[in-house]
Design a binder for this molecule. Structure first.
Ligand SMILES: Cc1ncc(COP(=O)(O)O)c(C=O)c1O
Length: 374
């Protein structure tokens, strides 16, 4: 079914992902303003939205480029968005991927492609392949500043890796980056500030080590949305790679970095059954909204403005809403909007999303980089 512009939101088929354009623009503008006021660059992570049109809105608001996780995402963005400076914040391993990476780096519209690396094993084959093609690939070293995922430990191990990479003929060191995921452990705003400062401190002292050794470090990049209000003010950090800030979600509400009215993405659903006084069932289950964080939060999403409705259970095609005040219980045919727990994997489930302003459809966007896992 094609969705016509100006269609009333209330006439849309369900379930449907809605993007509130006023809120989206506010979220883009807020980070852009913070960054401008503090002399930082924004290089948003597009893994959250995967929509070229949204990347273009971020670039129009001043983003210096975009961040992608996968080459496939970058391949879509170079063809369908205006992005011409892409950082792949991921370890590219294996011949086939390196071939695709270097082909992308030579794309006529691309001004710069940089890539992450956190070991010699990742960096050496990149250098070898780039050298064979007479290229020098900018590498940003992934440093572990306290979140146990990827990254060479901060401090001396990063310096040692940087020394080796600086001698590789096919690579240039463009900077350091980290993902400070430990901020998700914060339980108070003071805690969040402390964890953000500690993570940034580890990155910045590592930058000092490299510079003292004569290795130039241009980009000093951190990522996480919930701590960005603190990170943006830390001198020495040059770039923010936030992704989730574009929509926000229940996770961001719980971490104090957003309110319900900052959430730009909702899932429009329909009540399809009210089989008990305390239960309504909607047409969106885990295939629409995922099960992300449901065991931690006890719900699969939030019904904005309706604390009496708790989305406590889901199977693939059904969402079970526990009704705590039966007199206000929804009826079959009612529409409910849901703020998901975590937006990024929700976008990955949908072919298209509907951009809405003042209750009417303004655009339908293909989630063009969805499913690009390679
Ligand atoms: C490497 C990297 N950079 C940036 C981000 C964006 O973080 P957030 O979604 O908290 O804004 C992520 C998210 O996982 C990431 O893995």
């Amino acid at each position: 079914m094609t969705i016509k512009k100006r269609t009333l939101k209330d006439h849309l088929d369900t379930p449907m992902v809605l993007i509130d354009l006023d809120r989206l623009e506010k979220n883009i503008g807020r980070l852009a303003e913070w960054a401008k006021a503090n002399g930082k660059n924004v290089r948003p992570h597009i893994k959250t939205h995967k929509v070229p049109e949204i990347a273009d809105l971020q670039l129009k608001a001043g983003a210096v480029g975009i961040t992608c996780a996968k080459i496939g995402e970058a391949e879509v963005m170079i063809e369908k968005s205006r992005a011409d400076d892409i950082f792949i914040a991921y370890q590219i391993v294996g011949e086939e991927k390196i071939r695709r990476l270097l082909r992308l780096a030579g794309h006529p519209r691309l001004k710069r492609l940089s890539v992450g690396a956190d070991s010699i094993e990742v960096a050496q084959p990149l250098s070898d392949a780039a050298r064979r093609r007479g290229m020098k690939l900018p590498v940003i070293i992934k440093t572990d500043v306290g979140y146990p995922r990827t990254g060479v430990p901060s401090g001396k191990p990063t310096l040692e890796l940087a020394r080796k990479i600086s001698r590789m003929p096919g690579l240039t060191i463009a900077g350091l980056y980290a993902y400070e995921g430990q901020v998700f452990e914060a339980t108070t705003s003071a805690d969040m500030r402390r964890l953000a400062a500690e993570g940034a401190g580890r990155l910045l002292s590592t930058v000092d080590l490299l510079r003292a050794d004569g290795i130039p470090v241009e980009t000093v990049s951190l990522g996480a949305t919930p701590s960005s209000r603190f990170t943006v003010k830390i001198p020495g950090i040059t770039e923010l790679r936030c992704g989730t800030y574009i929509f926000n979600d229940q996770m961001q509400i719980r971490y104090g970095s957003a309110k319900e009215e900052d959430c730009a993405l909702t899932i429009l659903t329909m009540v399809i059954s009210v089989p008990a006084r305390d239960r309504a069932v909607i047409d969106a289950g885990s295939k629409t909204i995922t099960s992300e964080r449901s065991s931690e939060f006890g719900v699969f999403g939030l019904v904005p403005g309706r604390p009496d409705l708790c989305f406590t259970n889901a199977t693939e095609e059904h969402g079970m809403i526990h009704v705590t005040s039966p007199r206000r219980r929804p009826k079959v045919g009612d529409r409910l909007e849901i703020i998901p727990n975590h937006v990024c994997p929700v976008m990955n489930l949908h072919d298209e999303v509907v951009a809405v302003r003042d209750g009417r459809v303004e655009a339908v966007w293909a989630v063009a980089a969805r499913g690009k896992i390679r």
